[in-house]
Design a protein around this ligand. Sequence first.
Ligand SMILES: *[C@@H]1O[C@H](CO)[C@@H](O)[C@H](O)[C@H]1NC(C)=O
Length: 271
Amino acid sequence: MAPPEDSVANPPPEAEEAAAAGEANTKPISTILIVMAMHTEAAPLVSKFKLVEDPDRSMFPKGVPWVRYRGKYKDLDINLVWPGKDPNFGVDSVGTVSASLVTYASIQAFNPDLVIDAGTAGGFRAKGASVGDVYLASAVAFHDRRIPIPVFDLYGIGAKQTFSCPNILKELNLKVGNLSTGDSLDMSPHDETAILANEATLKDMEGAAVAYVADLLSVPAIFVKAVTDIVDGEKPTAEEFLQNLVLVTAALDQAVTQVVDFISGKCISDL
Ligand SMILES: *[C@@H]1O[C@H](CO)[C@@H](O)[C@H](O)[C@H]1NC(C)=O
């Protein structure tokens, strides 16, 4: 027996939503947003994908230093954004505040099917990380938002599983580990305790913030992070980070290229 006519014409809103989400997951990915924190990390990918800086800045508020590079690579519209140089200090606008803002504005403006947060990170030798390793983060959390009040504590940590992409992992030679995010490059004893509690292999300054925004706006996000320095090693982090940045960026960019090549022609549900 056919269903009564008006139940077909007016499906319940939940059914419509689920159908729309299902459709989005099974149509080829067309637009991606790559978020990067530092110009040194972004420059090789900009040339690899033959992206150009968009002279039209009208999608961002007037006066912000955020930079969008765009281009077509295979069948993908690629938007690569970085928050630019701090207007007062002239250095890369690293950290969670800038990353959140530029991710928010870019998702609003470009409506991507997928967000890729790509960057460098510190790695823990005790968890198997070495300089030059590239990871896909399985979960993200914050380690410097301590709010010792029930439930606010969990909100502060903000632990999230990332979008699972078993086929990318199967195809590419990436390691898997948890990523812990905070706004400091060094590691205080408090941070160390929280990072251990987060069971993190990696420590960065943007990931969990990008995850928060992507989740808020319901866009799947993945996190490709290359290890520039060993947090639990002998060398001072700042020194080791600067020493390895350019070399490790090459590994990062190779991995991001492989991920993008894999994504091309696929649907979200194929990842
Ligand atoms: C990531 O963290 C979860 C808990 O949030 C833990 O169960 C899992 O083992 C961790 N993964 C790795 C690779 O350490």
